[in-house]
Design a protein around this ligand. Structure first.
Ligand code: GLU
Length: 478
């Protein structure tokens, strides 16, 4: 038996970290076994549906390289994979349940249900629909909700992540199978679909654990052998206090793409959100994850969403890219002037800043002075720890000497290193002073890569012009 898993999102808005982690774990499990990963869209709650979500779900998965072998778009033996196109199938199964006496039409009005609830409250007992089952329910004509006639009993079952679980009979009630709008509920149709699609492992978030006894009861009534169930613990906010919500960074996964995160980093991050391979290893490629992933090593306790870790991982993954690859991925992130420059120049600059990049969207700020003339800001000199100690006149003098030396230098990175070293000797200055003032004057930026390499890429004319401008600016302060 090969493993068949599925991701079954409802199209109710963007896909966030928690959901996509479920998809990733399901995908890894199937991939490891050379099995099948299915993408099924659970669109039976028309009220909560958000337009554009399906596209967004697909885009998110594709960005991360999570491919599906069966499902929407690609098709497969259990077509269609959109639940709203499978209503006949659910109806058939609903009728089977009616025929076996395990489902009935709910005849009550809202007001009647409300009064049952109030009665239960007055008796200080939890409201159970099954206590009010109608004696002779009407024939189901589709206008009433169809309810499951449950068979309450205690359950013990094994969850592939959580281990042995148990509940009492009170966890089971007569829930709705088909709503009065004709659409089946999630509780009902996912069971049918998992059976038809031959899903072997159902991975889903902890929020479904309370419903599992209901599902177990329904599996029995439908005489469906249940798949292996695996509950993934919640993803919590960084302080571990609450389930990750929109305010704590549970944002659209595609936002990370826009912010310059690499899919490799995101996959690495998601995979290690509640899973490890038993070692201290932190960086995992997709291939390693496929090889090493197992449900046994998914932790039972909630994982914490640490965006700083994601940022760190992204930097690590950026460093691992070849310059060609980095250059292709950086295409959308460059400033307009950078886009108008040559690919060769962009690649030279990428090689200089690669180790510094945390996200691709850092590129414009980190490299602007290579493409556009920076505006001198003397405060940068005054605020610098070392330079701030010098008088403007001393700085101007250093700049003049640097200008002379650099005007005579060959402009390869090696030549420049020699020139800079001789300047250190001739001016008797520390690198922290001399190199800083040159660096600031040519970049007016808080950061630049190795000075000789920066100068080499800028070129002699630009360096001379910028030093001249810095001398002029500094002279006004004297
Ligand atoms: N449609 C459900 C959701 O989006 C899926 C739960 C499941 O994986 O069974 O929450």
């Amino acid at each position: 038996m090969t493993i068949r898993t599925r991701f079954a999102p409802s199209p109710t808005g963007f896909v966030h970290v928690g959901a996509i982690r479920t998809a990733l774990f399901s995908w890894l499990l199937a991939k490891k076994d050379k099995g099948v990963f299915i993408l099924r869209i659970e669109d039976t709650d028309k009220v909560r549906e958000v337009e554009g979500s399906i596209q967004q779900i697909e885009d998110s998965l594709r960005w991360l390289g999570i491919d599906w072998q069966e499902g929407i778009d690609v098709g497969g033996p259990s077509e269609p994979y959109l639940q709203s196109h499978r209503l006949d199938i659910y109806k058939e199964w609903a009728n089977k349940l009616i025929a076996s006496g395990r489902a009935y039409a709910d005849p009550y009005t809202k007001e009647q249900l409300e009064s049952f609830r109030n009665q239960a409250k007055a008796n200080k007992s939890p409201f159970m629909y099954r206590d009010y089952r109608p004696e002779s329910p009407p024939v189901w004509d589709g206008s009433q909700p169809l309810r499951f006639k449950s068979d309450p009993k205690p359950y013990r079952w094994t969850d592939a992540v959580m281990g042995e679980l148990s509940t009492g009979y009170e966890a089971i009630d007569d829930f709705v199978l088909v709503k009065s709008d004709g659409y089946p509920t999630y509780n009902f149709c996912h069971i049918i679909d998992d059976k038809i699609m031959e899903v072997t492992h159902v991975l889903r978030s902890q929020e479904f654990i309370a419903s599992t006894p209901k599902f177990l009861n329904l599996y029995e009534a439908l005489q469906i052998e249940r798949p292996i169930l695996a509950t993934l613990p919640y993803v919590m906010s960084i302080d571990g206090q609450k389930k990750l919500g929109k305010r704590d960074g549970a944002k659209d996964i595609l936002e990370y793409k826009k912010e310059g995160y690499l899919p490799e980093a995101m996959v690495n991050f998601l995979a290690t959100l509640g899973w490890n391979d038993g070692t201290e290893q932190e960086i995992f490629s997709v291939a390693e994850l496929v090889e090493k992933f197992s449900l046994q090593r998914v932790q039972k306790s909630p994982a914490r969403f640490d965006e700083k870790r994601l940022l760190w991982l992204n930097g690590q993954w950026i460093r691992r890219l070849s310059i060609n690859d980095l250059s292709t991925r950086a295409n959308d992130f460059w400033s307009e002037s950078a886009k108008n420059s040559s690919e060769q120049l962009r690649q030279q600059i990428l090689a200089l800043v690669q180790d510094r990049l945390k996200t691709l969207s850092d590129l414009p700020t980190l490299t602007s002075y290579f493409f556009d003339e920076p505006t001198p800001d003397w405060q940068m000199v005054e605020n610098d720890k070392q330079l701030g100690k010098l008088q403007p006149a001393e700085i101007v003098e250093l700049l003049k000497q640097s200008l002379i030396a650099l005007s005579e230098s060959g402009f390869s990175a090696e030549d420049l290193q020699q020139t800079l070293n001789s300047l250190l000797d001739s001016t008797s200055q520390k690198p922290a002073v001399l190199f800083s003032i040159i660096r600031v004057s040519v970049s007016w930026s808080p950061f630049s890569p190795a000075l000789n390499e920066t100068l080499a890429v800028l070129g002699q004319n630009t360096v001379k012009a910028r030093l001249n401008l810095a001398i002029e600016t500094g002279s006004q302060k004297v």
